[in-house]
Design a protein around this ligand. Structure first.
Ligand code: XMP
Length: 318
């Protein structure tokens, strides 16, 4: 649209003027906000934008590859890919407490991001995908000077690293950020992506995060997403995902008795994640998801559907 076009043009102009000849760093997660910021900045300053993408080993199936394909191969932006899967898994060994998982993952992310950003000695700016609701929330909770939410992956970093913040989306709502992304040619899959938590699959494995549990959950989760897309339900819900439960139950497979784990399928509708309701997805879609998970994912012999709303339940299980 005309208004989006002019917003994008003036945002690009503002970035060019603000940044001058300097270098900019951005933390790319593959989510809508950071993706839109990355592509916008790339339009403005080209190779002087350096995006850092950390693979924490807790991503969905194919996610690390797809981020590299889209941003490095297609948009040709400067992408620093850090594969830290093993490091994250090592630090998560033996940890079952959800908040402890979050702390470990958050701290290690900052550690790695700082190290990579430190190599870009000429960088003066950090670009972030802060949206208007983020600004409001931080202002009302922590006073006008604190404009970065603590739960943001890079919260606190700009000051420590003496970087100035660039937040080109800070006057936009999510749907407007999506329009900007569309204007900039981001693929529809990126623009319409569901929210995905920073700690990723770690908080969807109830109990210890092991390579075996991750492999099981990643396959089950991919089936949930595939069937949501195939049935046309993906765009109608807020989030859809699988959760691996630390429970074994009895089943039969051919002539064999099985004693395997359980997958809970969580699909919710929401407008802001503050409240949510379980999605009334057709039984046939749920049936297909269940059949496929049980037949295709070794180690799973039972699938349940989570019919709790928020509150009192949360969207995530941890
Ligand atoms: P809950 O489970 O609190 O989730 O109802 C609300 C929304 O927040 C997401 N979420 C997170 N996102 N880091 C994130 O970046 C986290 O630690 C985290 N925990 C929950 C969740 O996916 C939902 O969209």
């Amino acid at each position: 649209s005309w208004t989006m076009k002019s917003f994008v043009e003036s945002a690009i102009q503002a970035v060019r003027e603000g940044v001058g000849e300097d270098q900019v760093i951005c933390a790319l997660s593959g989510g809508v906000d950071s993706s839109v910021v990355a592509v916008l900045l790339h339009h403005a300053i080209g190779s002087r934008l350096h995006c850092i993408f950390v693979n924490n080993g807790l991503l969905r199936k194919g996610e690390a590859e797809s981020v590299q394909r889209i941003f490095r191969d297609h948009f040709q932006l400067n992408l620093i890919y850090v594969d830290a899967s093993k490091l994250f898994l090592d630090r998560l060994a033996g940890i079952v407490d959800p908040e402890q998982k979050r702390r470990i993952i958050g701290n290690l992310f900052i550690e790695l991001f700082e190290k990579e950003a430190g190599r870009l000695a000429n960088a003066k700016y950090l670009a972030q995908g802060t949206l208007y609701p983020d600004v409001i929330e931080s202002v009302s909770f922590k006073g006008p000077s604190a404009t970065i939410k603590t739960h943001h992956n890079v919260g606190g970093l700009p000051e420590r690293m003496k970087l100035k913040l660039i937040e080109p989306l800070r006057e936009l709502f999510k749907d407007e950020a999506r329009l900007v992304g569309r204007e900039l040619g981001l693929p529809e899959r990126v623009i319409m992506r569901h929210p995905y938590p920073g700690p990723g699959l770690a908080i969807r494995i109830i109990g210890e995060v092991t390579p075996e549990n991750l492999a099981i959950l990643r396959e089950a989760d991919a089936i949930v997403l595939e069937e949501m897309e195939a049935s046309g339900w993906y765009d109608r819900v807020w989030q859809a995902f699988a959760v691996l439960l630390p429970v074994r139950s009895v089943g039969v497979m051919g002539d064999e008795r099985t004693y395997d784990q359980v997958i809970a399928v969580r699909i919710v509708e929401s407008v802001d994640a503050m409240t949510a309701d379980w999605a009334r997805v057709p039984y046939d879609v749920l049936g297909k998801i269940s059949n496929r998970i049980i037949n295709e994912v070794k180690g799973i012999n039972r699938v349940v559907y989570d019919i709790s709303s928020k509150p009192p339940s949360t969207i995530e299980w941890e």
